[in-house]
Ligand binder design. Sequence first.
Ligand SMILES: [Zn+2]
Length: 190
Amino acid sequence: MTSRLNRLAVAMLATALATLGVTVANPSPASAAMTICYNTSQAGAYAGTANQAASIWNNATVNLTLSANCGSNLRIYQITGGGSYAVRTSLGNGRVYIDTQQAAQYSPLRIMTHEIGHILGLPDNYNGNCAILMSGGSAGTSCTNPYPSTTEANRVSNLFAGTFSATERSTDRSADIFRDSWPAALAPVS
Ligand SMILES: [Zn+2]
């Protein structure tokens, strides 16, 4: 509590100085990027895909850094059947499951960046627009875009802004499960 109050005080001081036109190079160390350690030990064939997705998110956002195998904020699993999905236990924490059968139909990298997007706080948005990452499978199997839109990336950056610690964040919401983002392809007409 004390450190939180201190950080709040520092942030308020920085705001006050900014109002006065004073530039503070590093107003609050506590607002440094939150590291999200992802674990690919059970990601099977998709460990490399997870690394690519992490780079995409790191390049598109500020205030957070996805880092490989330094811990287990986020575990990546390869599964077969049942559909790809994400379980967010709190912002930046949870599990992502990549279904090999769906990854044979849809772009594995788009699935990975989408499911990680849930862990980073984004909901689904099934508008069929391939430029929107969180449109998921609604954009069809031909859509291979793995990049969040500017709006999506900025939303994530904003969610990770501020001075709350990972522990403090973890208490502010219950678990969320995001399923059925990737509808099965229609069975071939016989
Ligand atoms: Zn989804």
